[in-house]
Design a protein around this ligand. Structure first.
Ligand code: ATP
Length: 240
C-alpha cells in the first residue's frame, strides 16, 4: 500500500501554556478531498498553520512516507504543499495576473513557458479571473478574491492544497461555486485538506471528514457517513 500524501500523528500545538491541538492524527491520501469541521476556536486554523510550518508543533508529519523533522514553510512548499490562508492575503494594488505570477515564484527557474502553462490551467478553472486579469485585486468581489487566492496557490503546482475556510464571507451561491471548483482540483492531481465552518457544504464535496472539538479529533469517517451521523447533524448541520 502506498503511504498517504499527508500523515500526521500525535500532533500537538501550544500557544504558550495553552495547548490548542492535542495529539491529533489525520491523513490525506493521494487524490482525496478531506475536510476538517468543528466549532469556532476548535483549532482548525492552528492545524493548517502548524502543518505548514508557520507555528511550532510536536509530533510526526510525513509527506508521502517521508518524515519531515521540523515543518517549515520552505520545506513544505518545496515538497508540494500549498496553503490558502483564511485572510486570502492578496496584493490588492497588484493586478490579478501579477498576483498569479507571484504564486508561481517558487518555480521561476522553470521559465516563462511553465508559468504560461500554469496560468492557462488557472484560467481554465476560473474563467472569470481571465476576464479580469488586468484588474487590481483590491477591486475584485469576495468570490473572485477567493478564486484568485486559490489560483495563486495553484501556480506553485502543489500536490496538496490546504484551504482555510474558503467560504468565509461569501454568498451561498458563490460558496457552492467555490467548493465545486475545490472538488474538481482532484482532476488536476491536487489533493485537498479543507477547513470549513460550513459543515454541510464541505461534507458534500469531501471524501472523508474529521470533526475537531477543543483541539482534538472527536469523530472521523467517510463524508457520506458523517452527513447522516446523528451527532454531526444535531451539532453541525442543523435542520435543512
Ligand atoms: P475559527 O473557526 O474561529 O477560526 P479555529 O477552529 O480555526 O476557529 P483556531 O483559530 O485554530 O481555531 O484557535 C484555536 C484556539 O487557539 C482558540 O482557543 C484560540 O483562541 C487559540 N489561539 C489561536 N491563535 C492564538 C494565538 N496567537 N495566541 C494564543 N491563542 C491562540
Amino acid at each position: 500500500m502506498t503511504a498517504p500524501l499527508l500523515d500526521i500523528q500525535n500532533f500537538s500545538v501550544c500557544y504558550g501554556p495553552v495547548e490548542a491541538l492535542h495529539q491529533v492524527a489525520l491523513t490525506v491520501g493521494e487524490g482525496e478531498i478531506v475536510t476538517v469541521i468543528g466549532p469556532n476556536g476548535a483549532g482548525k486554523s492552528t492545524l493548517l498553520n502548524a502543518v505548514m510550518g508557520l507555528l511550532p508543533s510536536t509530533g510526526g508529519v510525513q509527506l508521502a512516507g517521508n518524515k519531515i523533522a521540523r515543518p517549515s514553510v520552505e520545506a513544505m512548499v518545496a515538497r508540494g504543499v500549498g496553503l490558502v490562508p483564511e485572510k486570502r492575503e492578496l496584493f490588492g494594488e497588484m493586478s490579478v495576473e501579477d498576483n498569479l505570477l507571484l504564486g508561481g515564484f517558487a518555480r521561476w527557474r522553470r521559465g516563462q513557458r511553465d508559468q504560461a502553462e500554469r496560468m492557462g490551467e488557472v484560467f481554465a478553472l476560473f474563467p472569470r479571473l481571465q476576464e479580469r486579469r488586468a484588474q487590481l485585486a483590491a477591486t475584485l468581489s469576495g468570490g473572485e478574491r477567493q478564486m484568485l487566492a486559490i489560483g495563486r496557490a495553484l501556480m506553485a503546482r502543489p500536490k496538496l492544497l490546504m484551504l482555510d475556510e474558503p467560504s468565509l464571507g461569501l454568498a451561498p451561491l458563490i460558496v457552492r461555486e467555490v467548493l465545486h471548483i475545490v472538488a474538481s482540483l482532484r482532476e488536476l492531481g491536487v489533493s485537498v485538506l479543507l477547513i470549513e465552518q460550513n459543515a454541510r457544504a464541505a461534507l458534500q464535496v469531501a471524501d472523508r471528514g474529521y470533526v475537531l472539538e477543543m483541539g482534538a479529533v472527536a469523530l472521523s469517517g467517510e463524508a457520506s457517513a458523517l452527513l447522516t451521523d446523528r451527532r454531526v447533524i444535531e451539532t453541525y448541520l442543523g435542520v435543512g
